[in-house]
Design a binder for this molecule. Structure first.
Ligand code: URA
Length: 240
C-alpha cells in the first residue's frame, strides 16, 4: 500500500469514529525458546469506500438496510435529493415524520424553511440558484423514533454512507445544519461556537449553521439572522 493509500484509509476510519486501528493479524512472540512465532487474526475493520463510487452504488449498498435499530420503525429510507453534481451540499440530522412518509429529505416545516432560506438568500444576493441546484441529505437515513437525536452507533453506521455520498458528489462546500451533522463531519460540539466560520471535512470547505428546526422556535429569532449571514457566506463562496 502506498503512503497516500494508507493516509486515505486512516482518514476514512477516523471519519467513522474509529480511533484505534489494529493490523489484520499480529505476530505473537514465543513464550518459550522452542516455540514458533504465531499469527493471531485481529477483528475486521470496514473496507475503504470503493474507488469510482456513485450515488447509485451507495443506494444499492444501503439496500433494505437493517444495520442498526432505526430500521425497525421506518417507513422509507431517506437517502437524499437534489443535483447529483451540486457544488453545494446541505447535511441535516435525520428524517422527521414527513420525510419518513415521502422518502425525501427536508420536506416538512423545517424543509420549507430551508427552501426559503436557500432560495430567498440566493435571490436577494443575485445568485441564480434554486433548491433543486443543491444536494440535501442527512447523517442518518432512517427516522429516529419520536425524532430523538441519533445515537453514536447509529451515526457511525450510517455515517459511512454519508461520507461516501459527499465523496461521490465532491461539492465545493458543505453546509452543516445543526449539532448532529457538525459532530458527524467535524467531530466537534457546539453550533453556537462553530457557526459562521469555515472548517473542513477532508479537503472540502464546511460551514456550520443552525438547524432550521431550531430556527422555527419563536425565541430564536436572533439565530435566524445569523443563519442568513452564514448562508450568504456559503452561497457567495460557492457561486461567485
Ligand atoms: N430534519 C432533518 O435533520 N432532516 C430532515 O430531512 C428533516 C428534518
Amino acid at each position: 500500500m502506498t503512503k497516500d493509500e494508507v493516509r486515505r484509509r486512516l482518514e476514512f476510519y477516523q471519519d467513522l469514529g474509529i480511533k484505534t486501528v489494529y493490523r489484520h493479524s499480529v505476530s505473537v512472540p514465543p513464550t518459550t525458546n522452542n516455540q514458533q512465532l504465531t499469527t493471531v487474526p485481529m477483528p475486521a475493520i470496514p473496507a475503504l469506500e470503493p474507488e469510482h463510487d456513485s450515488l447509485l452504488k451507495i443506494i444499492e449498498d444501503i439496500g433494505d438496510c437493517k444495520r442498526c435499530r432505526l430500521h425497525e420503525a421506518r417507513n422509507k429510507i431517506v437517502f437524499g435529493s437534489g443535483n447529483e453534481q451540486a457544488k453545494l451540499v446541505f447535511v441535516g440530522e435525520g428524517p422527521g415524520a414527513d420525510e419518513d412518509q415521502q422518502g425525501l429529505p427536508f420536506v416538512g416545516r423545517a424543509g420549507q424553511l430551508l427552501t426559503q432560506m436557500i432560495e430567498g438568500t440566493a435571490a436577494k444576493e443575485g445568485i441564480p440558484i434554486k433548491r433543486s441546484d443543491v444536494y440535501i441529505c442527512n447523517v442518518v437515513k432512517c427516522r429516529p423514533p419520536e425524532n430523538r437525536t441519533p445515537q453514536p452507533d447509529e451515526m457511525e453506521i450510517c455515517g459511512q454512507f454519508l461520507y461516501r455520498q459527499l465523496q461521490a458528489i465532491r461539492p465545493k462546500a458543505i453546509c452543516v445544519l445543526g449539532g448532529t451533522a457538525a459532530k458527524a463531519l467535524l467531530g466537534k460540539d457546539g453550533v453556537t461556537r462553530l457557526r459562521g466560520k469555515w472548517d473542513q471535512w477532508r479537503d472540502i470547505q464546511v460551514m456550520v449553521t443552525y438547524h432550521p428546526s431550531y430556527l422555527l422556535r419563536p425565541y430564536n429569532q436572533n439565530a435566524k439572522k445569523e443563519a442568513w449571514e452564514d448562508l450568504k457566506k456559503v452561497l457567495h463562496y460557492v457561486y461567485d
